[in-house]
Design a binder for this molecule. Structure first.
Ligand code: AQP
Length: 328
């Protein structure tokens, strides 16, 4: 089976619809056909100021959400990044291969650092650690949202650079980015991606929000001039985003939805989408609650995942250490 790997940061009390539709949904689908590794990126979570208690809580909530969304630890290896020390170790080697200018060109760093009071070196080298996260498992594909494309490009460059300096070790992984859900937009600013660190919580649909709150956010989503429900991201980014989310959650095509809303207005579309989101999120919330009722069991699943992940990670790291000239 071809291998896939991806990660998500435990930096919020809930995943948002962008995380789910852009990434996690593909993770669940791929676990049946691929040798899948998925992790909670807690090392990345401390690149910005954080509360230790909250991080621990969010790591468990994130794991519970992945399980509630359909990730099956019998099929996929689910683990916490900090429980596999090889991530940080390969991260160092990758830092020593990365040019300062090269790292400076990462647009996500520019965006994120602009929002921070104090900018850590860890935030700067984040994409380099991410390259190590990926290369440790030598996956063929990395299922992510569009915002990760540039980081994937860096990962590929570092893989090739390592090979040319030290001999063939890595195959550059391919991004696995689905058209249609690669970028879900903020409800209040439909030209920006839906993001945990958005300026307004009203722009984000959180999976664990009360469905009534989500429905209200959808009702007050920024829509466009005109009245027709038409998919046209250029001139109608707000409506197009709602149609994209609707289509993804119901598996109805955008064309089908356009036809169904012909002659109706934005209000109808928003009301129905509120119901679609509630129908999707309600059972997920219930399952998350029941996983969180037994944190000891959750921790056990994650520990077992980390053990499996280490088998692969330690073999790769041993090869890398040998190639760069460290003593065995
Ligand atoms: N809006 C989005 N549309 C599609 N995919 C998205 N992803 C994130 N936002 C969208 C994908 O979710 C996965 C996990 O990403 P992450 O843990 O790096 O989350 P993030 O980037 O921290 O999420 P945010 O909300 O964007 O947080 P901030 O504001 O902190 O940057 C990734 O595969 C990502 O592509």
């Amino acid at each position: 089976k071809p291998r896939v790997l991806s990660g998500i940061q435990p930096t919020a009390d809930s995943f948002h619809l962008g995380n789910y539709l852009g990434a996690v949904r593909q993770w669940v689908a791929l676990q049946d056909t691929h040798d899948a590794f998925y992790f909670l990126a807690d090392l990345h979570a401390i690149t910005v100021e954080h509360d230790p208690k909250l991080l621990r809580k969010r790591t468990r909530v994130s794991a519970a959400q992945l399980l509630a969304l359909g990730l099956d630890p019998a099929k996929a290896t689910l683990f916490v990044q900090s429980q596999v020390p090889e991530h940080a170790e390969l991260g160092w080697v990758m830092q020593c291969l990365t040019g300062f200018g090269e790292a400076s060109r990462m647009t996500q760093f520019k965006d994120k650092s602009a929002k921070q009071g104090v900018v850590s070196v860890g935030l700067f080298t984040y994409p380099v650690l991410q390259a190590a996260d990926i290369l440790l498992y030598r996956p063929q594909y990395v299922p992510v949202g569009e915002d990760q494309r540039q980081h994937l490009e860096l990962t590929r460059d570092l893989a090739l650079r390592f090979n040319s300096r030290f001999g063939k070790t890595f195959t550059p992984p391919e991004p696995y980015i689905l058209k249609g859900t690669a970028k879900i937009y903020d409800l209040q600013d439909p030209t920006a991606k839906m993001s945990k660190s958005a300026s307004s919580a009203n722009g984000i649909i959180e999976l664990l929000d009360d469905p009534k709150v989500s429905a209200k956010k959808i009702r007050s989503a920024v829509t466009d001039t005109g009245r027709e429900v038409v998919f046209d991201p250029e001139t109608k980014p707000g409506v197009s985003n709602l149609l994209g989310i609707y289509s993804a959650l119901t598996d109805r095509t955008v064309d089908d939805l356009q036809a169904a809303y012909d002659g109706k207005g934005y209000g109808d579309l928003k009301k129905d989408l509120g119901e679609v989101v509630a129908e999707f999120a309600t059972p997920v919330r219930d399952r998350v609650k029941s996983y969180l009722d037994d944190p000891a069991e959750l921790d056990k699943v994650l520990r077992a995942g980390a053990e499996r992940a280490r088998e692969v990670a330690s073999a790769t790291l041993a090869r890398v250490y040998d190639k760069v000239g460290f003593l065995a």
